[in-house]
Write a protein that binds this ligand. Structure first.
Ligand SMILES: [Zn+2]
Ligand SMILES: [Zn+2]
Length: 249
């Protein structure tokens, strides 16, 4: 199972960090977790193809987490000499379903050659060979954290989240925890985690490797973010970078 970070940033434009998007590759399955602005280009930069994506999981409907979903579907419909056959699955809150039907499909119309299937997020779901567990987060009405399991290995994405017991529970014993690390402690805003809080979550959950992502551009350096987190968690910590690849097995 491999994770490729396509975007470690936020809604604020940055040449260093694209808006949120993550690719997971496991056996023949390729999935996206969030599909923020620029995700399609980041996939190209990572040497991957938008054509291979089978499932897109959306953590919540803030525009910069979902805004490349329409271009993805458009590209799948409109690429010359390419006819997609396999269905595209989209998984998220009911709001994601409403956006898909009420906006994307209104503008693009349903494709002829492949199905687009929407599934509303539930506590436990199977996407062979992955199993997905989810938990509601403290952020927006429709925000979720995801845990993907494969053959005894696990990756957790907090999505956008403030500190809660639910994230700790979902992250328990995870191999990788990709955490919302929006602002350093001094700039803390409700609805997001700080490096300190990410460290506490990782420590309480006993995760093996903590990846600090969803980083807003501030005057704080990556080193300072890392140092802040290290005070709370003595396991392995990485500050996410775009196109970083992490192999679990
Ligand atoms: Zn958000
Ligand atoms: Zn966000």
């Amino acid at each position: 199972m491999k994770l490729i970070i396509l975007g470690s940033g936020t809604c604020v434009p940055s040449l260093k960090r694209n808006a949120p998007g993550y690719l997971i590759e496991v056996e023949d399955l390729k999935i996206l977790v969030d599909c923020g602005s620029g995700t399609l280009l980041q996939l190209q930069k990572a040497g991957r193809s938008y054509r291979d994506i089978e499932v897109v999981f959306i953590t919540h409907c803030h525009p910069y987490h979902i805004s490349d979903l329409m271009p993805l579907i458009h590209a799948l419909i409109a690429t010359p000499e390419y006819k997609r056959k396999k269905p595209l699955r989209i998984v998220g809150s009911s709001l994601v379903g409403e956006y898909l039907d009420g906006c994307i499909m209104e503008l693009l119309k349903r494709p002829d050659s492949f199905r687009i299937d929407f599934s509303r997020i539930e506590g436990k779901m199977e996407f062979h060979p992955l199993t997905l567990y989810s938990a509601k987060t403290l952020h927006s009405e429709d925000s979720f954290a995801f845990r993907f399991e494969y053959n005894g290995h696990s990756i957790v994405f907090t999505g956008d989240a403030d500190y809660s017991e639910a994230i700790i529970e979902l992250s328990t014993g995870a191999d990788l925890l990709v955490a919302d690390c929006s602002y350093p402690y001094e700039l803390k805003r409700k609805g997001h985690l700080t490096p300190t809080e990410c460290g506490i979550v990782a420590s309480k959950a006993g995760v093996k490797h903590l990846i600090l992502s969803h980083l807003y551009p501030t005057n704080y350096s990556d080193k300072e973010i890392l140092e802040e987190c290290k005070r709370e968690f003595n396991g392995r910590i990485s500050v996410a970078e775009d196109l970083m690849e992490i192999s679990l097995i």
